[in-house]
Design a protein around this ligand. Sequence first.
Ligand code: ATP
Ligand code: MG
Length: 420
Amino acid sequence: MWPRNGCKKSTTANPRPPLVESSLFVIRYAELALKGGNRHWFEKTLASNLRDHLKNANLTHQVTRRHGRMLVRVEGEADLAIEVLKHIPGIHNFSLASLSDWDLKNQTTLGIELVQQALGGSGEPLTFKVEARRTDKRFPRKSFELAAQLGGHILERFPQLQAKMTAPDLSLGIEIWEQNQAILYLEKIPGQGGLPVGTAGTVISFLSGGIDSPVSSWMMLKRGCKIIYLTFHSFPFTPEESKQKVIDLVERLSRYQPKSILLVVPFAEIQKEIQQKALEKNRTLLYRRMMFRIAERLKETYKVKAYITGEALGQVASQTLENLACTQDAASLPVLRPLVGMDKSEIIEWAKRIGTYNLSIQPFDDCCTVFQPKKPETHGRIEGLRADHALLDEDRLIDQALQGAETYQFFSSIKAKLWG
Ligand code: ATP
Ligand code: MG
């Protein structure tokens, strides 16, 4: 990683208050640029999410919009701010930037300083280029001219560098802004991409402790959905640890949205009644139908527009096209399955990348394992499922379950990544 400005810690024993150093980040959000009329709303939401995430990390900050970019000034730990920014959907990439002006001499001095930091005194040969961009066309030189001139001065100063326009080892970026301002930066740190959370409306995500549903939740966060997490547990048939596992998963996912809500609903009584009244082979499908029914009761309160599950076609016997139709029949809102066409190995890759895999593989049973049929239905028929479903005292069961529901709130925290 390149050295960063503004992240040094004072080691003096002097009782004076420590100097708070500030860092400037320039945030780029490619996809938003395509959104035409919605652009203002997307930018406003991203700015608000940035503020909330930085506030949750106790970082004093200032967010402004400039030239199709977002500028964030942060006081305190730059490394912490970088971790926060890396996890915010809607950010394509970002850089730790240094301010300069339109004067080539000043730009060269700053450029040399940054390159010097990056090289760290090493004389090893490296390839190098300057990437220039003008947002103010009144600046008298074209981007390529500026890149050539600034690049020339830097190459003169560092004989170990050799110009290379594609995939160089080191690149220095410069953007010319209006009012005699310019920024220089070394690195474009990749963000999550996608759209800011909150721009696509609110959804309920059915979250088990498995590998799949945390990934499907993250995929929809990245498409701009605000997520309410809903989980069912079957205590005393399943251990307390399975509930804790889901709480830990939401805590991990909470770094992607400023505020997360998890509803934990007891499911054992419902499962007992299903066991007593319905055909054995239909149990799993009825569990799913009742999960949707409970969500139906919550949809108004949270202004929910869709449901999310971690189902993938054919992954297990319950996830055939016929069975997906049988369970979805109990829901009045669209059921989105972002993983539907993915292989398990691909899902596992994502789970590792988003940091949920190690939590998901802890061996605590999910409620679906309770009273599992010996031969579960693989090609359910909607009429048969509806008939079995009608045998349940649905309203009473749901009232009872919701009375026992617990609500947890999470505010984005990335501490686990840095120090956990
Ligand atoms: P996962 O890895 O997400 O558990 P899975 O491949 O194990 O998925 P199932 O156990 O059949 O598949 O569950 C399918 C989907 O049903 C899950 O992805 C999740 O969206 C939902 N689901 C299952 N169990 C629960 C639960 N206890 N609470 C909430 N949703 C659940
Ligand atoms: Mg599961």
